[in-house]
Design a protein around this ligand. Structure first.
Ligand code: ATR
Length: 281
């Protein structure tokens, strides 16, 4: 019997995905007979692509922009995380049925636990900047961790209010312009927007009001040291960069497809950082 297993990431456009680098590294480290490739799939071709995943020789796939919402709709069964977030980033075949989940949420919580074990969910309110897809995954993870309160700041207030309605009564919505003045008691602040990413506008915020023991996390990882993280370090605050979330969200997907739970190591981190640096040169 052929034991060779294949998975892929499907998106449109897809050229910037680091997922092949991560998964092929693990396939080599754990000596697994398999491969992880890239599939550029136009939105109109996506339903057909997903329906024929097995025929194409895949045991599963990652989905990225713009396919995550469609994957949730088209899967035979989605778990509670994907349903709550409203998007699936991982699918796998199980006895001919296509199952779906979203691993961004555990990517966030695993990375935070790994990097800032001193942060405890009951320490104080958490400030979340942004209310898009990434924010939904992170808010779900925070709720699962048992945080008492989430303070949500988003440019479009109505979108933050929708997210608060979907996720729980412990979410308070603030105006975007209040993001520096109203974070005084927060013990964790997470930027879930793309602000601060190379090519995007800067995230303008003053961290001066935060307690000295607060933790600052950015989901942006290009550059690795964003202006937000640099400002936090200058104040002596603990920081958590965005790369770990990318690496940790790949762990449960790899385990589903290939049957081994891989480790996020310094070596993998160095490989991905080198690849990011090469692209920027
Ligand atoms: P993702 O899936 O990566 O979260 P998204 O769903 O498009 O992407 O969400 C992007 C987030 O960044 C949103 O919170 C967006 O704010 P709006 O809801 O007001 O659009 C936020 N964002 C993007 N550009 C921004 C800007 N220039 N200033 C403030 N917030 C911005």
């Amino acid at each position: 019997m052929n034991r060779f297993k294949r998975a892929c990431v499907a998106g449109w456009p897809i050229s910037h995905s680091r997922s092949p680098l991560i998964h092929n590294h693990w396939l080599s480290v754990y000596d697994i007979d398999g491969a992880y490739g890239i599939e550029a799939v136009r939105p109109e071709d996506f339903p057909g692509f997903l329906a024929s995943l097995g025929e194409r020789g895949y045991v599963g796939a990652n989905l990225t922009v713009p396919h995550k919402e469609a994957a949730l709709r088209l899967a035979d069964e989605a778990d509670a995380v994907a349903a709550a977030i409203g998007a699936a980033n991982t699918v796998w075949l199980d006895d001919g049925r296509l199952l779906a989940t979203n691993t961004d949420c555990t990517g966030f919580t695993s990375h935070l636990e790994d990097t800032a074990p001193e942060w405890k969910s009951h320490d104080g309110p958490v400030a979340v900047l942004g209310a898009g897809g990434a924010a939904r995954a992170i808010v779900y993870g925070l709720e699962e961790s048992g945080v008492a309160e989430i303070w949500l700041f988003n440019r479009t207030r109505s979108r933050a209010e929708r997210l608060a309605e979907d996720f729980g009564s412990n979410i308070r919505v603030f105006d975007w312009r209040e993001r520096s003045a109203r974070i005084g008691d927060c013990m964790l602040l997470v930027n879930t927007t793309a602000l601060g990413m190379t090519g995007a506008p800067e995230l303008e915020i003053d961290l001066g009001m935060l307690p000295a023991t607060a933790v600052i996390m950015d989901i942006v990882y290009v550059p690795l040291a964003t202006a937000l993280l640099r400002q936090a370090r200058a104040r002596g605050l603990k920081t958590v960069d965005g790369l770990g979330m990318l690496l940790h969200q790949a762990v449960p997907a790899f385990e589903k497809w290939f049957g081994v739970r891989p480790r996020v190591t310094d070596e993998l981190r160095r490989i991905v950082i080198a690849d990011l640096a090469a692209e920027l040169c």
